[in-house]
Design a protein around this ligand. Structure first.
Ligand SMILES: [Zn+2]
Length: 266
């Protein structure tokens, strides 16, 4: 089983994780831009980070046969940062790099007007340049945050098939699936968010169309093999190879393949 993990923050992981992921069939992963755990004081610090994501990480991944792509963005947690707008303005040139697929993760964290402004600024650029958008939905007040995000998408008239709304749960999947043709990501965490069991139940209820799942592994309690564990459970629950492959290979290919930078063989 070949697996794509569509959301992992390898910046915060060790090389052993690349090794383990490769050994378990993950041969491509996508790394969205995130908050590094402390606020950056200079716009230039964002740009150095984007440079790191597009040079050092792909090199580290390649040693284990993993193809590494990234999304870059000024993250919702940093929307209130005084340098956020400058950071966005200087970020666009990194989108031209051939391993960058689009803008993300953007969205709501505390669901504030400042977050909406910085999200719209980046969405507008993505729409104009036909780039993919990866949207983070908040941990707290998730349904409200998702609903407000969808309103923004509709009001701006964005091309929904180029949008991935991430971190869905049982509470948000109906409204996300109903938002045009957006793709819907789900994060599998050992302690919070979705467990493999909840994920499999969700797929049984909603089917596999436009559904993706990821580990979103980062600094916190998380598991780079979370997607592998959900795949194991899907086998145990009697899903066919085609159904499992659709979620962890075909759907990611379909979504990310809309970017001209996507070169992964099918
Ligand atoms: Zn993330």
């Amino acid at each position: 089983m070949r697996i794509i993990d569509p959301h992992v923050h390898m910046y915060s992981r060790t090389t052993d994780d690349y090794q383990r992921m490769a050994a378990h069939g993950i041969n491509c992963l996508i790394e969205p831009g995130f908050w590094l755990g402390s606020d950056r004081e200079y716009a230039e610090s964002f740009w150095d980070y984007f440079n790191h994501l597009t040079t050092f990480e792909p090199g580290r991944a390649k040693k284990y046969g993993i193809t590494h792509y990234s999304f870059i963005a000024v993250n919702p947690k940093e929307a209130r940062n005084k340098v956020a707008k400058d950071a966005v303005k200087g970020m666009y040139k990194y989108l031209e790099r051939d391993n960058v697929l689009g803008i993300g993760e953007i969205g709501f964290d505390l669901i504030t007007d400042a977050e909406e402004e910085i999200m719209k600024m980046q969405m507008d650029y993505a729409e104009k340049h036909k780039l993919l958008i990866l949207i983070h939905t908040p941990h707290v007040k998730k349904p409200q945050g998702t609903e407000r995000t969808i309103k923004v998408i509709e009001k701006m008239g964005l091309t929904t098939e180029r949008i991935l709304i991430d971190h869905n749960t049982e509470e948000t999947i109906d409204m996300s699936l109903a938002c045009g043709k957006v793709f819907c990501g789900h994060t599998l965490y050992p302690v919070s968010k979705m467990s493999p069991g909840r994920m499999v139940a969700l797929i049984k209820k909603h089917g596999t169309d436009r559904i993706l799942m990821n580990s979103a592994a980062d600094w916190g309690v998380s598991d780079p093999l979370a997607v592998v564990k959900a795949v194991d459970l899907m086998w145990q629950e009697g899903f066919s190879e085609a159904e499992i492959s659709k979620v962890v290979w075909d759907n990611p290919h379909k979504f990310f393949g809309q970017s001209s930078h996507w070169k992964l063989e099918k």
